[in-house]
Design a protein around this ligand. Structure first.
Ligand SMILES: [Zn+2]
Length: 428
């Protein structure tokens, strides 16, 4: 009797609708994935927040949702390894405070899905930064911690040689290996090597790279010694086109120390910021073949509305200097991901987190400005059309993934499916 009830219940049950193989398919875009040496038309399928398949044709019917991206670039979500986002403390004139910005206000609208804060916090306040910003952001926020225990809080703190201990900085980095990607030294105004040496010591103890903002230029502390003796292969020299520390020598040639440093494996990062990118340095350096390893913004309140603006604007500057689209995208995705030892990011390999930027390459008459307010004209500029974070659409400038409202039922409410969509804050 019981068995027959169960049997009839089973027989009455509607056969379950076949689950589509994928949550989301991005169709017909030009994929640029440096890690996998792809630059061409591909479809990209996403399932459960991960890249599931990249192929020349994936049938649209295999997904809950498919979006046509003809004429657009599809790249890994941009990885910006130099930002300041410790905005939560209320401290004025401090990068551990009001000089920082909140990451989600700037990231997704520019195709950025991962940022690394560059030393706004030190080992003494990193956990506060983590609790109040990192854990609450939809952007993936990683961090270089400052060799200064108190973090980037102005000269009184950043020039204090007695607060640059390697051991506690390394301990903190080892406590949070998934989040802390390196050690930062910055803004030091004295002639001593202590900040750099202690940062390298901490980086060696924790087996992570050091990022250097080389502070005030001193004859006792020349850039070639930094790059050929003090830094290790894999350490990062940021602000590489500032010209503030003899990046070009007196004859207008790239400093021999930079060329030697690069041969040794030192990394050269843009770190544009408010005061670290000049056309009169970048143009000759690039004409001499000294291209960057990575593009980063040095986003903070002083750079966001000045020459810098955002990652896409900086990428446009490199296009204006005549560099190819594929290189500019590699410098903004796969290269920075490798530099911070997060090789799961910055690529579209099957199994990688589905963090994706969809960019249009606008053609027209554009201008790009540097740290001094000098302009260079350009004819191409990237714009972010769509951003995907962990497989869900988090930004959609022109509603590429949305139905025309006139096709929807009267009184329609949220139209996306939470499996691929996070635009609607209200639950379906
Ligand atoms: Zn900075």
């Amino acid at each position: 009797m019981i068995l027959s009830i169960i049997l009839s219940a089973l027989l009455l049950q509607q056969p379950a609708a076949p689950q589509p193989a994928y949550d989301l398919i991005l169709r017909g875009g030009h994929v640029v994935d440096a890690k996998n040496q792809i630059s061409g038309l591909r479809d990209v399928a996403i399932k459960d927040g991960k890249i599931a398949l990249v192929a020349e044709h994936i049938d649209a019917s295999q997904a809950l949702k498919s979006v046509s991206l003809k004429g657009l670039y599809v790249t890994p979500g941009l990885v910006d390894i130099h930002v300041h986002v410790y905005a939560s403390t209320g401290e004025s004139r401090s990068y551990a405070g009001d000089n920082s910005v909140w990451p989600d206000g700037f990231s997704f609208r520019t195709g950025v899905t991962t940022v690394a804060d560059a030393g706004s916090s030190g080992y003494k306040n990193f956990e506060d930064f983590k609790e109040h910003v990192i854990n609450r952001s939809r952007t993936r926020v990683l961090a270089f911690i400052n060799i200064v225990g108190a973090g980037m809080r102005g000269p009184k703190f950043e020039d204090n040689l007695s607060d640059m201990d390697a051991a506690p900085a390394a301990e903190m980095a080892k406590k949070y290996p998934d989040v802390i990607v390196g050690i930062k030294t910055a803004h030091y105004s004295g002639p001593e090597w202590t900040p750099v040496e202690n940062a390298v010591k901490a980086g060696t103890l924790a087996n992570i790279p050091v990022m250097v903002d080389f502070g005030t230029n001193w004859p006792q502390r020349p850039i070639d010694v930094l790059l050929t003796q003090k830094l290790r292969p894999g350490d990062i020299y940021t602000h590489c086109y500032s010209g503030l520390r003899d990046e070009l020598d007196g004859t207008g040639h790239v400093n021999k120390g930079m060329i030697e440093g690069r041969k040794r494996g030192v990394i050269f990062d843009v770190g544009h910021g408010g005061g670290s990118f000049a056309w009169r340095i970048a143009v000759p350096a690039i004409q001499q073949g000294f291209t960057p390893d990575s593009i980063s913004s040095d986003l903070h309140i002083g750079s966001m509305n000045a020459g810098m603006k955002d990652m896409l604007n900086i990428m446009g500057k490199f296009l204006a200097m005549g560099l190819p689209v594929d290189d500019v995208i590699r410098w903004s995705t796969w290269n920075p991901a490798r530099e911070i030892h997060h090789e799961e990011l910055g690529n579209l390999s099957v199994g990688s987190p589905a963090d994706i930027a969809v960019l249009s390459l606008e053609k027209g008459h554009f201008g790009f400005t540097d740290m001094y307010g000098a302009r260079m004209d350009g004819t191409q500029r990237f714009e972010c059309q769509l951003t995907i974070r962990n497989g869900k659409i988090v930004y959609d400038l022109n509603g590429l993934s949305r139905p025309d409202w006139k096709t929807l039922p009267k009184g329609y409410l949220e139209v996306g499916d939470p499996k691929w969509d996070s635009l609607n804050s209200r639950k379906k």
